[in-house]
Structures are given as C-alpha cells and as structure tokens.
Design a binder for this molecule. Sequence first.
Ligand code: NAP
Length: 329
Amino acid sequence: MNDREFVSAAVLGATGYVGRELIRLLAGHPRIRIAAASSEGAAGTPLRALVPSAPAITLQRAEEVPLGECQVAFVCLPHGEAAAWSERAYAAGAMVVDLSQDLRVAAARPEWAEQAGYGLPELHRERIREARLVANPGCYPTAALLALAPLLRRGLVAGPVIIDAASGVTGAGRTPRADLLFAEVAENFLAYAVGNTHRHLAEMRDQAGALGGGAEPELVFTPHLLPVRRGILETIYVPLGERLAEPAAPWREDYEGEPFVEVLETRLPTLQDVVGTNRVAVGVREVDGVSTPLLIVVAAIDNLLKGAAGQAVQNLNLMSGWPETEGLL
Ligand SMILES: NC(=O)c1ccc[n+]([C@@H]2O[C@H](COP(=O)([O-])OP(=O)(O)OC[C@H]3O[C@@H](n4cnc5c(N)ncnc54)[C@H](OP(=O)(O)O)[C@@H]3O)[C@@H](O)[C@H]2O)c1
C-alpha cells in the first residue's frame, strides 16, 4: 500500500490505559496510519515513549489535533469530556468511535440518537456498518450483554437477573486515587457501587430492554475490584420460566461463526482465557437444589480489549468495510 491508501487516525486521550492499548493495536493495523495523538499533561513528548511500536510523532493537546485532516477519530477521554470532542471530530468530517459512556444511552443523547450506533458488533453488526459515529460499549456491559442476549432474545428470563462482576484495576483509569494504591488493592477484594449505583447500569438496562423486545429486565449489578491489572469476570444468575433441555444451545446457535465469542462447553471461562485477546468467553451451568429453574452464565473479557480498544478497532473495521478481524488476531 502507498501512503494514500492508509486511513489516518487520531487518538484523543492517548496516554490513558485505553488510549495506549489502542495506539498499540493501531500501530500494528495494516490499513491505519496514526496521524495524531493527544494528551494534556504529556503534550510535547514523543508518542514512542508510551508505545515503542508507534510512529515517530509528538503528543499534542487535544485543541491542536487537526481533526479535519483525520479520517477517523478515537475518543478515549473521561466521560463528560468525550462527547464534545466526538461532536467536533464528527463535524470536521471524521468517522468517530467514542469509547466513553457519553453517547451510549439513546435517551440521554436524543440529538445523537439518529447518528450514533451502539458498537457491540455481535448484536448490531449491520447498523454499525452504516454508522459514521459509534458509541463503544462499556466494559462491564459488553460481557453482560453478550452473556445475556441469547436468553433475552428468546424471552426466557423470568425474574431479576443478578450480575456479580469483578474487574482488574486498569478498569478505573490512570488518574491517581488513594483507594487504588498498590497497598490498598493488592491481596484484597471488595465490592463497590453496591445497591445498583454503578454508572453502567443505564446502558445495560437500555440494551437489555431492546434485546427483550422493550421490557427492561430487572438487573442487580454488583461490581468488585480484583487485584489484577486487567480482565473482567462476570457471574450472572438468571431465573428461568422452565428448565432448558440443553442449557448451552442458545449460545452455540447465536454465536456460531463469531470470531470473537468462544462458548466453552466442558469448563467455565477464566481471565487467562481472554486477557490479551479481543474475545469474550462464555460458559453456562444449571443450578441444582433450587425450586426456581436457575442458570448461571459466566463471561470473561479483557476490559482494555473486548471491553474497549479491541472492540473499537472491530467497530472501525465494520464502519470501513474491512474484514472485521483485521489487526485483532
Ligand atoms: N479503563 C477501562 O477499562 C475502560 C473500558 C471501557 C471504556 N473506558 C472509557 O474509556 C475512556 C478512557 O478511559 P481510561 O481508563 O483510558 O482513562 P484514563 O486512563 O484516565 O485516561 C484518560 C485520558 O484522557 C486524557 N484527559 C483527561 N482529562 C482530559 C481533558 N479534560 N481534556 C482532554 N484530555 C483529557 C488523559 O490525558 P493526560 O492525563 O495525559 O493529560 C488521558 O490520556 C473513559 O471514558 C472510560 O470510561 C475505559
């Protein structure tokens, strides 16, 4: 390929955990040239100081990034900051993948509901192919929605769904916080945002409702902080109206041929199955000794890949008409 055949990309928020992972993926993507990368605190320093495989460009403040000269912008900024930059990039003519939560819930962003697709390819592939602006899903919702979709689509959920989720510490971002110090986190394990207070719930309810034909299922979502760098494991308890003859069949049928979904039959997923990959691994078990039929679905992803940067590249591949797995295998 000569230089004109590459798509030029800007990454806003390149120094964050997500931005850095994205730079690493884009530097190895055969159709992308990283043209600009932003940081407020590290502006003026070489991008290669962050990611050695990156091109020899210098980090710029977001204001200085020539968005009009980029064909795609990845917006990896904190929520609350991201939407305005996504709007600017979109108005400048770039395709946009917004990795924050700002544009994910249609009711919270009515002015963008027409343009923005929800970027969960396994559920919305055709819509994403048409979109020029995609809201990349949250890490916890990615695992939960892919785990629950086969049951929700079939109308099989018969009561409140309990999602117990544990995430590695990169899920909280790079901004220093006392409760995320090594001495607080190491050899510890704790629940947080207990009582349905986590900000990802609106997105999960919104998407789960659409999958179930409009009625939002009741969700009880409890995240936990796991003392590892990356990875999410969710254990999801689903009451059913009746027992399933073959519990794993809905997942096998729905995800047959999906390059980034692995349905495990002989054992349940672990973080080691997925960390460093763009895959979600899912496993299903029936629960013995309870009066209501109950399934447990376990799902694992890498929060920085399928939960963020990898999924963003998967979305760009779809938006650009490229093979969906390009740069991700
Ligand atoms: N971490 C995850 O697992 C994960 C998963 C899915 C989605 N997300 C979402 O992805 C986004 C990035 O997450 P992250 O974990 O990478 O966060 P992070 O580590 O805190 O990084 C934030 C980035 O944004 C830049 N930034 C901060 N405030 C800014 C401002 N006011 N204007 C311009 N740039 C600013 C920072 O640059 P400097 O500090 O260098 O100036 C840094 O590059 C967030 O919206 C997050 O919710 C994160």
